[in-house]
Design a protein around this ligand. Structure first.
Ligand SMILES: *Cc1c(COP(=O)(O)O)cnc(C)c1O
Length: 370
């Protein structure tokens, strides 16, 4: 097996040092391991610019969606009602979660190709029956970035509790949780933090976490229990901890800091994304999302008339590069991610291969259109 370049929204390429950090088998109930977990929790709070007195970081075994389901199930409660502001598949998934748990919700859906229209949101947020508001920061479906700052201002104006899925934005953009005033933020180990998959990260404001007590309708996704256990034991998980995943994440956070932190990673991503975008445009590809709404992690491109995406996908795969199919109903599109442990040289090679493909299979009349 040969290592491929993953141009996906996760899991992503990880560095050798992150993979090597997993070479140790640790006791999940051992102090040495728990000290690492505690230290990592603090480092992660630091990355979000918050203090342990105000916020807490909780690890939950599973992929990112486990974290989203855990927060919705634990935070909203029997008397609450959550407003889901959706502009993509991940907002729709929140609705699915609420339905499965019998959580009261209101689901409002907007265009998947644009950022949430902030001027239209407040009337829904103001609804007196709504207690919580949930939205996706970076909607990975089309690669759209929502205006978290403005939406958070609106949520605060109406005194609602906020739930933000920042799965693919945390680590790619510097976020100040305190300044934004987010109550619950969910991200995962395997996206822009460059760890391996297996753990969801939940940031919670302490008061909001305390209010979760007794709300969950199941055992494993009970945020309050997971949190209080982790606090009381100083770093233990209620059930078997994904020790190797935590070791990898610990190393990934160290690596992130050495590389200049989140602002440096953001600039790197932007450089890669612009490079891809410029070349793709010059090859005749078109991106449906406006540049002002574009998230710094993944870009959607239309499949041109002449192209059979499945053929393109396999052709690229043979050359060690994995593209990502589209997720937009009604559009024939694909996506190119620019996150993970990727260098400019990796991207140069990708673009060279795409150029070769276009010159072999592409139709020139498409290429010079407009
Ligand atoms: C990746 C992602 C998720 C979680 O997906 P998992 O497959 O459960 O890790 C949720 N929301 C967004 C916006 C994502 O990009």
């Amino acid at each position: 097996m040969e290592q491929k370049i993953l141009l996906t929204p996760g899991p992503l390429n990880t560095s050798r040092r992150v993979k090597e950090a997993m070479l140790w088998d640790l006791g999940t109930r051992d102090r040495e391991y728990q000290d690492m977990v505690q230290n990592l929790r603090e480092e992660l709070l630091d990355l979000a610019h918050v203090k342990p007195e105000e916020y807490s970081l909780i690890f939950l075994q599973g992929s990112g969606t486990y974290g989203v389901e855990c927060v919705l199930d634990s935070a909203v409660g029997k008397d609450g009602k959550v407003l889901i502001l959706s502009n993509g598949a991940y907002g729709e998934r929140m609705e699915q979660i609420c339905r499965a748990h019998g959580i009261r919700y209101k689901f409002i859906s907007f265009s998947k190709l644009e950022a949430l229209p902030v001027e239209q949101l407040e009337e829904y947020i103001a609804d007196e029956s709504v207690t919580h508001v949930a939205f996706i920061h970076c909607e990975t479906t089309a690669g759209v970035l929502n205006d978290a700052e403005t939406i958070m201002e609106q949520i605060h104006r109406h005194g609602k509790i906020s739930i933000v899925d920042a799965m693919s934005s945390f680590g790619s953009m510097d976020m100040n949780l305190k300044k934004l005033g987010i109550d619950f933020l969910i991200t995962s180990s395997n996206k822009c933090l460059h760890g391996v998959p297996g753990v969801a990260l939940i940031y919670g404001r302490r008061e909001a976490l305390t209010a979760c007590q007794g709300n969950a309708d199941n055992v494993v996704l009970d945020l309050y229990q997971q949190w209080s256990y982790m606090e009381e034991t100083e770093g233990a998980f209620r059930f078997t901890s994904p020790t190797h995943v935590l070791l990898a994440l610990n190393e990934a956070v160290r690596e992130l800091k050495e590389q200049g932190g989140i602002p440096a990673r953001h600039s790197h991503y932007i450089r890669l994304q612009n490079k891809i975008y410029q070349t793709m445009c010059s090859l005749g590809f078109k991106a449906p999302v406006k540049r002002k709404d574009q998230a710094p992690v993944i870009t959607t491109y239309f499949v041109p008339e002449w192209m059979d995406f499945s053929h393109f996908y396999h052709w690229m795969k043979e050359r060690g590069i994995l593209l990502y199919s589209g997720k937009l109903p009604g559009y024939d599109a694909f996506r190119i991610g620019n996150i993970g442990d990727l260098t400019e040289e990796d991207i140069d090679r990708v673009l060279l291969e795409i150029g070769t493909y276009v010159s072999q299979y592409g139709k020139t009349d498409d290429k010079v259109e407009e």
